[in-house]
Design a protein around this ligand. Structure first.
Ligand code: SF4
Ligand code: FES
Length: 235
C-alpha cells in the first residue's frame, strides 16, 4: 500500500443553494494510507488558511451505518471503492498520490445546502412517508437500506429505484391486507415518480450501495405497478 503523505484536493465550494459553486484546490499534508474521505476533509479543515471558512460536509456515525455521509469522489458517488459509504472509503486505495476531486452527491432531487452538504432527506422521506412513515422505515430497515441516497446520485437518470424497490420488497408482510398493500405501494410509486427519474436498469446503483442491495430489488417496483393496474381493472 502506498504512503500518500500529501494530496492535492480539489473540493467543491458553494455558499448556499442559490449561489454558483466551483472547485478550490488545497494541499493537504499528513494523509496516511488508512485516511478516509471524511478524515481527509477533517485534515483539510484543520489546515485551511486563516480567514477561510471550513468546508461543510455531511457527517455521522463514520461506521457505514447511519447513511448521513456522502460525497462524490473522482466522479463516483461515495467514492470508487465498491459498496462503501464515504466514511469507509480509504484515500490510499484510489488516489494517484497527487490529486483527488471531491464534490457533493449529484442528483436533481438532492439540492446543495452548502459546499459538500446536500439535502437528500427531503426526497427520500417523501417516499418513506408515502408508505406510512413507520411502516416505510421498518421496510427499509428490513431491507438493510441506510437511506444514504448514493443509488440516486450514481444513476445517470437520478432514479431512486434501488431505494424504492428495496422498500417495496419488504413492504408486503408489513401491510394489513391486500388492499392496504396496494394503497401503500401505490402512494410509494407516485412519490417516487415525483421525486426521481426513470430507471434504465443500468445497475450503477448496486456498485455504490453500501448495503450491497441487489438489482433484483428493482423487480418489486414492476411487481407493484402490475398489482396496481390489476387492482384498478378488478375494481
Ligand atoms: S439502496 Fe443502497 S445506495 Fe440506495 S439509499 Fe439504500 S443503502 Fe443507499
Ligand atoms: S457517517 Fe454514517 S454511514 Fe457514513
Amino acid at each position: 500500500m502506498r504512503i500518500t503523505g500529501t494530496l492535492q484536493v480539489e473540493v467543491w465550494r458553494q455558499a448556499d443553494g442559490e449561489s454558483e459553486g466551483g472547485f478550490e484546490t488545497h494541499t493537504v499534508t499528513g494523509v496516511s494510507p488508512e485516511t478516509t474521505v471524511l478524515e481527509l476533509l477533517d485534515l483539510l479543515n484543520e489546515q485551511m488558511p486563516e480567514g477561510m471558512e471550513p468546508i461543510s460536509y455531511d457527517d455521522g456515525c463514520r461506521e457505514g451505518i447511519c447513511g448521513k455521509c456522502g460525497v462524490t469522489v473522482d466522479g463516483v458517488a461515495h467514492g470508487p471503492q465498491l459498496n462503501r459509504a464515504s466514511c469507509q472509503q480509504q484515500v490510499a486505495a484510489f488516489t494517484d498520490g497527487e490529486r483527488v476531486r471531491i464534490e457533493p452527491l449529484r442528483a436533481a432531487a438532492f439540492p446543495v445546502k452548502k459546499d459538500l452538504s446536500v439535502d437528500k432527506k427531503a426526497a427520500l422521506r417523501t417516499v418513506v412517508k408515502a408508505a406510512g412513515g413507520p411502516v416505510g422505515m421498518k421496510a427499509l430497515t428490513e431491507a438493510g437500506c441506510i437511506s444514504c441516497g448514493a443509488c440516486v446520485a450514481a444513476c445517470p437518470n437520478g432514479s431512486g429505484q434501488l431505494f424504492v424497490g428495496s422498500l417495496l420488497t419488504e413492504l408486503p408482510p408489513l401491510a394489513k391486507d391486500d388492499d392496504d398493500r396496494r394503497t401503500r405501494s401505490g402512494k410509494v410509486l407516485d412519490a417516487a415518480e415525483e421525486s426521481f427519474g426513470p430507471c434504465s436498469t443500468l445497475g450503477d446503483c448496486t456498485e455504490v450501495c453500501p448495503a450491497g442491495l441487489p438489482l433484483e430489488n428493482l423487480s418489486a417496483v414492476a411487481r407493484e405497478h402490475l398489482r396496481r393496474r390489476r387492482g384498478s381493472a378488478d375494481g
